[in-house]
Write a protein that binds this ligand. Structure first.
Ligand code: FDA
Length: 303
């Protein structure tokens, strides 16, 4: 209740105040800020995935501009020798306006990543985007096999079915590569598991399936329970290091992150940056009011 109230009020607060909590999670507004944060993480033995902020555009000129920004980002991060890859949200390229235009933009970005020997991950957005994002992934995977990956959300009831289909249809050639997360959007109970433990249980079922079917997986979570269970599964199936990595968001649970690195597992941090940080932060809040308590801690509690 209090979280919901805070989430509603925060968007009307001054940007400077919102920045006080956002700066923990967002590298900054510019490519240089993204490079600086990424370099520090690289120095600590952590890889990154770079995300330019922006989503759900309303006209296709924005899509063209975002495409050009991504091409520049890939160029810069490659020439600066940052150890990392790239994440993007298809709604930023017009997925909900014109799927073909969106595909052509993302295709160019993945082609650039391939030229730079890198990799692009399609983030999974809310449920209205899931079918189209899977289609997009399938098309790109055929052309850019080892350079494209997708995110799947454990809270969606459909996910195990999607995994099974994708595995049967696309397992020839380079292994499939998915990021597994709980899912951040507020979805109706008809399509999504709502209970906290139930989402965890399905997360582990999905992970177990991926390990058994030799799908490369980014284990994206800050939930220690899931981290411990994932490590149990890694040991049980003797999963080779190149077939999994842990992934966390920049600024979240750094102690848990370090303990995973100390145990010798690969870690990748999601580093968002860009001018759209204000809209991004406040939208995330509306979608997931539970984050509000983290914000209050960040604003008012030292350390
Ligand atoms: P949970 O929310 O239970 O958090 C576990 C603990 O982590 C909390 O108790 C708290 O201590 C800490 N914590 C979590 N979030 C915090 C925060 N913001 N600030 C401070 N502490 C925090 N979702 C999606 O729908 N599509 C996507 O493409 C992605 N992509 C993605 C990439 C990566 C690298 C990560 C880590 C996450 C995503 N997500 C995502 C978000 C994901 O679906 C999920 O909403 C969050 O990771 C939170 O879920 P946890 O598994 O961390 O558990």
């Amino acid at each position: 209740m209090i979280n919901r109230l805070i989430a509603q009020v925060l968007p009307y607060m001054p940007e400077k105040l919102i920045w006080q909590f956002s700066k923990r999670y967002i590298a900054g507004e510019t490519i240089d800020s993204g490079i600086e944060v990424s370099r520090k993480l690289n120095d600590d033995g952590i890889d990154v995935t770079i995300d330019l902020l922006g989503e759900f555009i309303t006209n296709l000129e924005q899509a063209e501009a975002y495409k050009n920004s991504y091409l520049e980002i890939i160029e810069r991060f490659t020439s600066e020798k940052i150890r990392g890859n790239f994440s993007l949200k298809p709604s930023m390229f017009g997925l909900l306006i014109d799927t073909e235009v969106c595909y052509m933009h993302i295709r160019q970005i993945v082609q650039k990543a391939q030229e730079c020997n890198s990799f692009v991950r399609i983030d999974m957005e809310d449920s209205q985007c899931v079918d189209e994002e899977i289609k997009l992934f399938k098309r790109l995977k055929k052309e850019f096999s080892g350079h494209i990956g997708l995110v799947v959300q454990a809270y969606l009831r459909r996910t195990m079915n999607d995994l099974t289909h994708l595995n049967h249809e696309m397992s020839n050639g380079h292994p499939l590569n998915f990021r597994l997360c709980k899912g951040i959007y507020v979805e109706p109970k008809e399509i999504a598991y709502k209970e906290y433990q139930s989402v965890r249980d399905h997360y582990l079922e999905d992970l177990d399936y991926m390990f058994r079917h030799k799908i490369a997986v980014g284990i994206a979570t800050h939930d220690k329970y899931l981290v411990d269970k994932a490590i149990e599964l890694i040991n049980k199936y003797q999963v080779p290091k190149e077939m999994y990595e842990f992934q966390m968001l920049h600024g979240v649970t750094p102690e848990l992150r370090q303990s995973i690195v100390d145990q010798g597992h690969r870690m990748r941090v999601y580093v968002p940056f860009g001018k759209e940080w204000f809209g991004y932060s406040t939208r995330r809040l509306k979608e997931n009011p539970k984050i509000a308590s983290h914000i209050i801690n960040a604003l008012f509690c030292k350390g």
